[in-house]
Write a protein that binds this ligand. Structure first.
Ligand code: NAI
Length: 229
């Protein structure tokens, strides 16, 4: 894979798997995360000046994967306003700021991939903020795809089902895991690398050059399943 791919939230989980997959495919990755690590530059995606400064330093940028995100328990009747606002700020505004700054740097076209969620396609219990944020990200991909098409920039969203990552290990208890297993036709969680392979496909113009504005579920069949045995 040619060019440089920026990955937000790349210190952990899906973002880390994307950065690794890009390197394995022969590309270069630039990783930023709230948690600085061996490979990650420290960046808060909600800080617009910091996001712009980080992108300024990335010459030859051809790809961006926005994997930085947070979840929170936000039941509709009791969710705290601050919690609701923070989830939208990181997941929606943070993704937008990175995408806007990246698009300005993609002088020869490129590909932007948002990591949305099946939570943006259907309603999830106790996740009103997260679900609202991911639905917003899905439409943001469609709207930015229209705006950026004249510049040769494609914009798509991946909607993962449950993925074995630190976020999920913190949030999913045994009952939640059982509920997912009961509703996913493939009867398992995804590995982060399986989401990364879809990101690689969307980043590569040789494979997905006519794909833009789409929300693609990588969810073991969850979002399309009806009655299951
Ligand atoms: P994770 O918690 O392992 O990784 C998320 C990373 O984002 C962390 O390294 C964290 O430090 C970083 N981050 C959080 N806030 C940030 C900020 N303000 N600025 C910069 N970095 C920030 O979680 P995971 O599971 O890898 O999630 C990645 C993305 O995939 C998220 O957007 C999440 O909503 C989405 N997703 C995850 C699913 C899952 O089952 N794990 C399912 C569907 C979507």
């Amino acid at each position: 894979m040619a060019g440089l791919v920026a990955v937000t939230g790349g210190a952990s989980g899906i973002g880390a798997a994307v950065a690794e997959a890009v390197r394995e495919a022969g590309g270069q990755s630039a990783v930023a995360d709230l948690n600085a690590g061996a490979r990650a530059t420290r960046l808060d995606v909600t800080d617009d000046a910091a996001v712009a400064a980080w992108m300024e330093g990335l010459a030859g940028l051809t790809g961006l994967v926005c994997a930085a995100g947070i979840s929170a328990n936000t039941p509709s009747l009791t969710a705290a306003p601050a919690s609701f606002r923070r989830v939208l700020e990181v997941n929606v505004t943070g993704s937008f700021l990175a995408a806007q700054a990246a698009a300005r740097r993609m002088e020869k076209g490129g590909s932007i991939v948002f990591i949305a969620s099946v939570s943006g396609l259907v309603g999830m219990a106790d996740r009103v903020a997260y679900s609202a944020s991911k639905a917003a990200v899905i439409n943001m991909a469609a709207a930015m795809a229209v705006d950026l098409a004249p510049r040769g920039i494609r914009v798509n969203a991946i909607c993962p089902g449950p993925v074995e990552t630190p976020m999920v290990r913190e949030l999913h208890d045994a009952a939640t895991r059982a509920a997912w297993h009961a509703r996913v036709p493939l009867r398992r969680y995804a590995e982060p690398g399986e989401i990364a392979q879809m990101a690689l496909f969307l980043l590569d113009p040789a494979r997905s050059g006519y794909v833009t504005g789409q929300a693609i579920a990588v969810d073991g069949g969850f979002s399309t399943a009806g009655l299951m045995p």
